[in-house]
Ligand binder design. Structure first.
Ligand SMILES: *Cc1c(COP(=O)(O)O)cnc(C)c1O
Length: 227
């Protein structure tokens, strides 16, 4: 199915999918409650799924939805009401205008040009600085040493910096622990309330290191169709 296809958007289909998501959400809630140190926001990551899945996530009680690709979000947003969209993918500056009206939180700012583009198209928006924790090519994120400067630049550009975001290392979730620990400490040092870290596979490690926001795709909405 094409990612920007609404899918079969009738209310029976939405209700059916919402039921599945609600069941997975119960399992997720238990995983979170077992380790969380404080309140945790869940961003339901709907990338790669049709709009009907995003509508079902809303129906199942989620509000914050995460997307990685600008065109996909642009096509999906008008079909899904009640969502607070978090942009969590690599952000090309020239795509910012496509989604500026839809995005509530820009989680993946990692360089000057992206900051400037968001400040221009979405003045005053809530943003996070994405840090490269794993040293992975192509996953985005700034170097650790750059974080204070990018936070300052964002503030000077009039953006509201709410936290830091990071993606763990693939493989053994324990391998992500040192990076997660660093990210939580850096956010605290910079007086930023949100630490967005932890996905389906590594959320326990992230939460035990102080994550305030997990971004969960497959464990909530099922496996993604291949891109
Ligand atoms: C896809 C993605 C997620 C969700 O991943 P799952 O493993 O499906 O939970 C979270 N954060 C980012 C940045 C992603 O790209």
């Amino acid at each position: 199915m094409n990612r920007s296809d609404p899918g079969d958007m009738d209310s029976t289909r939405v209700a059916e999918l919402a039921e599945q998501i609600a069941q997975r959400a119960e399992v997720l809630r238990r995983r979170i409650d077992a380790v969380a140190r404080g309140p945790v926001e869940v961003v339901a990551v709907t990338k790669g799924h049709p709009a009907v899945v995003a509508a079902a996530a809303i129906e199942a009680g989620f509000e914050a939805l995460g997307e990685n690709y600008a065109q996909e979000l642009r096509d999906k947003a008008p079909l899904v009401s009640g969502a607070e969209w978090h942009f969590i993918g690599r952000l090309q500056s020239n795509k910012v205008r496509l989604i500026a009206e839809s995005v509530s939180v820009w989680q993946s700012l990692d360089r000057d040009s992206a900051i400037d583009a968001v400040a221009k198209r979405a003045p005053g928006a809530k943003v996070m600085i994405q840090v490269d924790l794993a040293g992975l090519e192509g996953r985005g994120g700034c170097g650790r040493a750059e974080v204070p400067r990018l936070v300052e630049r964002s503030v000077e550009a009039g953006l509201s910096v709410v936290g830091l975001m990071g993606v763990g290392t693939p493989g053994d979730p324990e391998d992500s622990r040192p990076g997660f620990r660093w990210l939580a400490r850096e956010a605290a040092a910079l007086d930023l309330p949100e630490v967005s870290m932890g996905m389906s596979a590594d959320l326990e490690v992230a939460l035990s290191e102080g994550s305030t926001m997990v971004r969960v795709g497959s464990a909530l909405v099922g496996p993604r169709p291949p891109r």
